[in-house]
Design a protein. Structure first.
Length: 319
C-alpha cells in the first residue's frame, strides 16, 4: 500500500477538547474521523497537524491553546518513541521517506493570530517545532484578511514581514483561507514555493474556498501543491450529494490544470462537520487511491500525489 501524506487535519484541536487522560492520538477515538489505529490502517505516514484556534481565541489565549495542542503530540512521542516522530528538518523528512514504521507529524498553524502581531512569537513557535503557517483563517487577523471578510485588501506590513521571515527560517507558507488579494501578494512575495493545504477546484464546485484556474496555474508555476480537501461543500455544489466520486473528479481536474507534481491530499478530517460518502474516516484513503489506480494513474504519479509531492516541497523549504 502506498504511503499517504495528509496536509491538513484538525485532530489535535479535537483531542484538546477531551479529558487530560484521553488526549492522545494513540488511543482509539471512534467519535473522531482520525486516530492512530485508523491512520495506520490507511498507511498514513505523514500527518500535517493543523494548529487551529477560533477567532474568539485570538491573541494570547490562542497562543496558549496552540502550545497545548502541540504538546499533545509531543506527549505521544514521549510515550511511544517507536511509533511517533515530529518533522522539523530535511533530515527528519528523509527518515519519513525511508521508515515505514512510524507516523510522522508536522505542526502547521491555521490562522496566525496566535503570533499576537509580534515577530518574536514566530521565532518562539518555530523553536517549538512549527514549520508551516496558514496566514489567515476566514476572518481578519494581524497579517491580512480571510475569505470571510469580503475585502480586497492584501497583506498588512506585519503579514509581509512574516512571509519574509518564514522564508528565512525555512517554513512553508500556506495560502488556504486567505482572500484573493492576499493570495497573490503572498505568492509573489515568497521566494519559496507556496501551498494551499486544503482546497479544491472552483471550476467544478463554486465555493469561495476553492481555487480558480489562474490560482492553480500560479501554484504550479511556484512549484507548490494543492491538497485535495474532503469538505462536502468544497466537493459538490450540492454538499449533501458529495462523495468519493467528486474527490476523484477534483483530483483529475487538478492534475489536468497543474500536472501530477502539484496535487496532494489535505482531508480536513476532524475539522469538517460533514463527510463525503465513501470517505467518512481516515482509513478510507486507500479507497480513493484505488479509484485513481482504476482510472489508469501510473504508480509513479500515484506515489507523487499520495506522498511524494508533499515530501518534495517540504524538502525544498525546511532547513
Ligand atoms: Zn481550514
Amino acid at each position: 500500500m502506498l504511503p499517504i501524506a495528509d496536509c491538513h487535519a484538525d485532530t489535535l484541536s479535537r483531542l484538546l477538547l477531551l479529558e487530560d487522560d484521553q488526549m492522545s492520538l494513540y488511543l482509539p477515538q471512534p467519535k473522531h474521523h482520525s486516530d492512530y489505529p485508523r491512520m495506520r490502517a490507511a498507511n498514513l505516514r505523514l500527518q500535517i497537524f493543523s494548529i487551529f484556534t477560533m477567532p474568539y481565541e485570538a491573541g494570547h489565549y490562542g497562543a496558549v491553546r496552540s502550545l497545548q495542542m502541540m504538546q499533545i503530540f509531543r506527549e505521544d512521542i514521549r510515550k511511544h518513541p517507536d511509533l511517533f516522530a515530529l518533522i522539523e528538518s530535511k533530515a527528519d523528512l528523509a527518515q519519513a521517506e525511508q521508515n515505514p514504521d512510524k507516523l510522522y507529524g508536522l505542526f502547521s498553524m491555521e490562522g496566525a493570530s496566535p503570533l499576537c502581531g509580534d515577530l518574536k512569537m514566530l521565532e518562539v513557535f518555530y523553536r517549538q517545532g512549527l514549520r508551516a503557517i496558514g496566514l489567515t483563517w476566514n476572518h481578519r487577523n494581524e497579517l491580512g484578511d480571510g475569505l470571510g471578510v469580503g475585502s480586497n485588501y492584501g497583506l498588512t506590513p506585519f503579514g509581509r514581514e512574516v512571509v519574509q521571515r518564514m522564508n528565512a527560517l525555512g517554513m512553508v507558507v500556506d495560502l488556504a483561507h486567505i482572500n484573493e488579494a492576499g493570495f497573490w501578494e503572498a505568492l509573489e512575495l515568497s521566494k519559496d514555493p507556496v501551498i494551499v493545504s486544503h482546497a479544491n477546484a472552483k471550476a467544478l464546485c463554486n465555493h469561495r474556498r476553492n481555487l480558480n484556474d489562474e490560482q492553480l496555474k500560479a501554484i504550479q508555476a511556484k512549484n507548490g501543491f494543492v491538497g485535495l480537501c474532503f469538505a462536502p461543500s468544497f466537493l459538490n455544489n450540492d454538499a449533501s450529494l458529495a462523495s468519493i466520486d467528486d474527490a476523484v473528479r477534483h483530483v483529475e481536474y487538478l492534475c489536468e490544470q497543474m500536472g501530477p507534481d502539484h496535487v496532494a491530499f489535505g482531508s480536513d478530517y476532524d475539522g469538517i462537520e460533514q463527510v463525503p460518502r465513501g470517505l467518512e474516516t481516515v482509513d478510507r484513503f486507500p479507497d480513493l487511491v484505488e479509484r485513481l489506480r482504476g482510472l489508469g494513474y501510473s504508480e509513479e504519479n500515484l506515489y507523487k500525489i499520495c506522498f511524494g509531492n508533499v515530501l518534495r516541497v517540504y524538502q525544498d523549504i525546511l532547513k
